[in-house]
Design a protein around this ligand. Sequence first.
Ligand SMILES: NC(=O)c1ccc[n+]([C@@H]2O[C@H](COP(=O)([O-])OP(=O)(O)OC[C@H]3O[C@@H](n4cnc5c(N)ncnc54)[C@H](OP(=O)(O)O)[C@@H]3O)[C@@H](O)[C@H]2O)c1
Length: 255
Amino acid sequence: MPHARVLEGRNVLLTGASAGLGLHFANTLAQAGAKLALGARRVERLDALSAELRKGGAQVEPVALDVTDAKSVVAAIDKAETALGPLDVLVNNAGVASPKWIVDTTEADYDMIMDTNAKGAWLVAQEVGRRMIARKKGGQIVNIASMGGLIPSRHLGAYGMSKAAAIHMTKAMALEWARHGINVNAICPGYVSTEMNGEFFASDEGKKFVATFLRRRLMDPKDLDGPLLMLASAASRALTGSVIACDDAQGFTLY
Ligand SMILES: NC(=O)c1ccc[n+]([C@@H]2O[C@H](COP(=O)([O-])OP(=O)(O)OC[C@H]3O[C@@H](n4cnc5c(N)ncnc54)[C@H](OP(=O)(O)O)[C@@H]3O)[C@@H](O)[C@H]2O)c1
């Protein structure tokens, strides 16, 4: 079913748009009428996705973005705003995982995960928030956290810490920016097969893991569209600092 155009005319920056959930969200947001800036490091993928979305009538701007680099973050947001106009919405989705037992996690693994999922998410939200505050027109920030930030999961110690940081950041920004009309919320997805984890879920071990879920299935990226569009649109006027677990009941059995 096509999405109602609840984001008609709104300028949205989506990070991590070159793969997985971000690629799906780009389609969802475009269908809902958003004008889109798509950020990631693999720009050739963003170019291809932008060309596809433009065929459907969307206004889309690909922007090179490395969320771990503050200069890249500012340059990407500058480029997005030059192309589209002031940002109304940020979907802070870029993220990485490197599943390992805690004892096997190296300092380099830890830095990569925290630099991307915690510091990177912070840098992007901070810069977008600064500009929203200066313009005095409010806005919406949707952070894509994870059930791993709420519940400890095997092999995801450092990842879970980074997502717990993103969840706390969501609440801290919601608190400080409420008076500026900026709503900051988080979605905690359950497992969806993407580049991040597809190999594992295709393996026998992965299939056994999924068989322990109450619904015996992975989520579909479409399952996240409802919370995403609600939090990115005017429907969330009084929702801020919320952390929405959207996990198809996986969390009950994750330990
Ligand atoms: N899949 C799941 O089961 C699941 C569950 C819960 C939460 N999540 C969260 O959902 C988000 C998307 O994950 P996914 O499953 O779609 O993963 P994915 O398929 O691996 O895609 C990750 C995206 O993040 C981008 N990215 C990574 N590092 C970046 C950096 N330094 N700068 C800019 N962009 C960067 C990648 O683009 P480039 O490599 O081109 O830069 C890519 O577009 C992540 O935050 C993840 O933690 C996923």
